[in-house]
Design a protein around this ligand. Structure first.
Ligand SMILES: Nc1ncnc2c1ncn2[C@@H]1O[C@H](COP(=O)(O)OP(=O)(O)OP(=O)(O)O)[C@@H](O)[C@H]1O
Ligand SMILES: [Mg+2]
Length: 276
């Protein structure tokens, strides 16, 4: 006998029923596990092309670093992936045939794309535990969430995430008294409570101490594999410490892509960015 919950989770797996999957573009090759596919994306603000014919392909479980000068379009690219900004033209697909351009921000988040903004936005007056608990509940009301009893699975997952982000000892500490770096980890933990498939992280180490940076590098490296992670960062030592594949964004397009050594030795990249 199959339980109704396992049947439901089976039915949610679109790959089990490919014939139910809506309009996959015929040219989309899913054989090597692309989780995010952006092609020919452009967007203008008052005639200025912030994103210009952008192509970006992220593999399932990949950790990708995006670098590039101020104003290159890195944050705008994240705005497009999360539905905050609509491109003028182009395609954006996620996972097995999810057309991001047909979904709004909450729908995209519910499909499994979590985003961390630069400034931590934790509930300062609540403990680490409560912050994680509230994040797990998503958009349910704070009052309802705090009144509801946690299942043992939910308790376990709060402790698992607290351990992963290095805040197990601080689980009963008010978020407001954490260090800047710890708040950043808590916010990553809050994203993890929603089990996202893809995490977008914009400038995670700005304002962190050297030691916090090292721990953040470990955390992001650990998260990849289980999740796909896109990290935008200006700190080149940090990027070097986590980088596998690096994409350089310049004037809204990909200028170069490769290992850190490859992009650092690319003449065009040196001219527009690293040579500054
Ligand atoms: N909503 C908007 N309206 C008008 N212009 C915008 C908007 N969003 C971004 N821009 C412009 O688009 C360009 C790209 O900005 P974006 O914030 O994406 O750059 P970035 O690569 O994230 O830069 P930084 O490294 O400084 O964070 C900039 O010139 C910016 O002023
Ligand atoms: Mg930015």
């Amino acid at each position: 006998m199959i339980s109704s919950s396992s049947l439901r989770s089976l039915l949610n797996r679109e790959e089990v029923f490919p014939f139910l999957v809506p309009d996959i573009p015929p040219e989309l090759d899913l054989s090597h596990g692309v989780i995010l596919y952006l092609e020919g994306i452009s967007v203008s603000f008052d005639g200025f092309k912030a994103i210009n014919d952008l192509n970006l392909y992220i593999d399932d479980g990949e950790l990708r670093c995006i670098i590039g000068p101020n104003g290159a379009g890195k944050t705008t690219m994240m705005d497009i992936i999360t539905g905050k900004t609509r491109p003028d033209i182009g395609s954006a697909w996620f996972g097995q045939g999810i057309n991001l351009l047909k979904l709004d921000e909450p729908e995209i988040a519910a499909k499994g794309i979590g985003r961390k903004f630069q400034k931590p936005t934790v509930f300062e007056e609540h403990t680490v535990h409560t912050n994680l608990e509230l994040a797990m509940a998503g958009d349910k009301s704070v009052w309802k969430t705090l009144k509801a009893k946690l299942s043992s699975e939910q308790k376990d997952s709060i402790y698992e995430v607290a351990t992963l982000i290095g805040l197990k000892e601080q689980i009963r500490t008010r978020a407001g008294s954490l260090s800047h770096g710890q708040k950043q980890w808590l916010e990553i933990g809050m994203l993890l409570m929603q089990s996202p498939k893809l995490l977008l992280i914009d400038e995670p180490v700005a304002g962190m101490t050297q030691q916090e940076m090292e721990r953040t590098a470990e955390l992001l490296t650990t998260l990849s594999g289980q999740h796909s992670v896109i990290v935008v960062e200006h700190d080149m030592d940090f990027v070097r410490s986590i980088a596998r594949k690096v994409s350089v964004l310049h004037q809204g397009s990909i200028l170069a892509e490769g290992t850190m050594d490859e992009v650092q030795n690319n003449q065009q990249v040196v001219e527009v960015y690293l040579g500054e």
